[in-house]
Ligand binder design. Structure first.
Ligand SMILES: Cc1ncc(COP(=O)(O)O)c(C=O)c1O
Length: 438
């Protein structure tokens, strides 16, 4: 399928920066025109088995019939955005979320994970009367000023870091207010010492952490780390926020919190919650969520948005969560089976190579690190992962019709729409790629 209109917009550059999210920049640039199930197609008609999944929301696959039909039915019933009062549908999805995720007592909906994280920070500041926030080096919690720091810093920027230390902050964007870094702190995942020395000051409003650090592949919490965070935050009156934008729904209907059985004070969801439709969820303990209706208006935390809980997105989320609830066993078993097939296939292929690799997987999320051990944090990856070979590997796969995002460590995501045959085909292509990758 050739589309001169698409090509023209890229060539003339009417889009500032050429892409509508700078995180989508790829080299070479491609124009995508369609996606269905496990596949997507570019404007030349080339088909890719898709493991990027638009940075992971497509847990059920692109264009899941049940989700799309729910959206179409909502449109046909004229469930338009009315922007006043409430609707029955938003109560339905709120109930479903609270029933499904163990540590959600109440929720609010936003249009993106970024907005949801921003709201969680406001709630934490209002509830604690403190300003400071700790987040994880190498993680990504959205692009707003309060957390837009230290994304995948190169090893040269923290050569003196030996654990137990806080990283200096490096904004990931120009144009942030000069005073913004005040009150933000970055520490390495799994670094208890560094976290403890910050939280013990009694000045930390919130610790924001992905329970599995998935911005940089799959970095698992070491045994006891999440329990340690829970205890530390409780002792010092700090709000523990689980950023489950990536882990939520992908690993279990109840989020990773249902697997690790650690109760965050607040948690944030997005991505797979509506299978690709734009949704963010903030939820948690009612005593914190209640700050959005605090009787003292000076202490009330604002949440707003013309499009919050848009009925079409709510219809998508309701259909997604309901499907995960009703067919969860079948869906998560399928995802685990394909994940296992992918992991063992990749292990066998990479075992024949003469450079070190480590395959890490949790359920349907996987990554190949070009290093000799499973990483525990970003500085471990920055120091040991062969990022240059990683990117060459990804680009060679893309050339042959397997789409992994061509940036080092980016997570692979298998969907319910993938089949055993897709994994077989992926592994055959991978074998051919490895024959030429040195
Ligand atoms: C862990 C995590 N938190 C927050 C976000 C921000 O979500 P959104 O892109 O929907 O604003 C992302 C996006 O990749 C994410 O991976």
């Amino acid at each position: 399928m050739n589309s001169p209109a698409h090509s023209r917009s890229v060539e003339t550059g009417s889009i500032a920066g050429g892409v509508m999210s700078l995180n989508r920049l790829i080299d070479p640039m491609r124009v995508f025109v369609r996606a269905s199930g496990a596949y997507m197609w570019d404007e030349t008609g080339k088909r890719y088995i898709d493991y990027h999944a638009a940075f992971a929301p497509y847990l059920l696959g692109h264009g899941d019939k049940d989700v799309d039909e729910a959206v179409i039915a909502s449109i046909r019933r004229s469930e338009s955005l009315m922007g006043a009062g409430t609707t029955p549908w938003e109560h339905e999805i709120a109930d479903l979320l609270v029933e499904s995720v163990p540590y959600l007592e109440q929720v609010q909906l936003t249009n993106s994970g970024t907005e949801a994280v921003a709201f969680s920070i406001r709630l934490a500041r209002a509830a604690t009367g403190r300003n400071d926030v700790v987040f994880i080096q190498g993680g990504y919690n959205g692009w707003m000023d309060s957390v837009a720091f230290n994304l995948m810093d190169p090893a040269s920027t923290f050569n003196s870091h030996r654990g137990g230390e806080e990283h200096s902050l490096r904004p990931i964007s120009a144009g942030m207010h000069a005073s913004t870094p005040q009150g933000a702190h970055a520490v390495e995942f799994n670094d208890r010492e560094a976290m403890q020395s910050l939280v013990e000051t009694g000045q930390i409003a919130a610790v924001i952490v992905e329970p599995v650090l998935q911005n940089i592949g799959i970095v698992k919490p070491q045994p006891g780390y999440l329990e340690f965070l829970r205890q530390l935050c409780t002792e010092h009156g700090t709000i523990l926020v689980f950023d489950e934008v990536k882990t939520g729904f992908r690993h279990a209907l109840g989020g990773y919190q249902s697997i690790c059985q650690i109760a965050p004070d607040l948690s944030v969801f997005g991505k797979a919650a509506a299978n690709g439709y734009p949704l963010g969820v903030v939820g948690g303990k009612a005593k914190y969520m209640a700050y959005c209706c605090h009787p003292d208006t000076a202490r009330r935390v604002l949440i707003a948005g013309t499009y919050n809980a848009h009925p079409f997105v709510v219809a998508a989320a309701t259909a997604t969560v309901r499907k995960l609830k009703e067919r969860g066993e079948e869906i998560y078993t399928h995802l685990e089976r394909l994940g296992e097939q992918m992991e063992s296939g990749l292990r066998a292929l990479f075992a024949k190579q003469d450079y070190p690799t480590t395959i890490v997987r949790v359920g349907s999320a996987f990554v190949v690190y070009f290093m000799d051990h499973e990483p525990i944090c970003w500085s471990d990856i920055a120091r040991h992962n062969d990022a240059e070979r990683d990117v060459r590997y990804r680009k060679a796969l893309i050339e042959k019709g397997v789409f992994h995002f061509p940036v080092t460590t980016k997570q692979g995501s298998i969907s319910f729409a993938h089949t055993q045959a897709d994994i077989d085909e992926t592994l055959e292509i991978t074998e051919r790629v490895l024959e030429q990758l040195n």
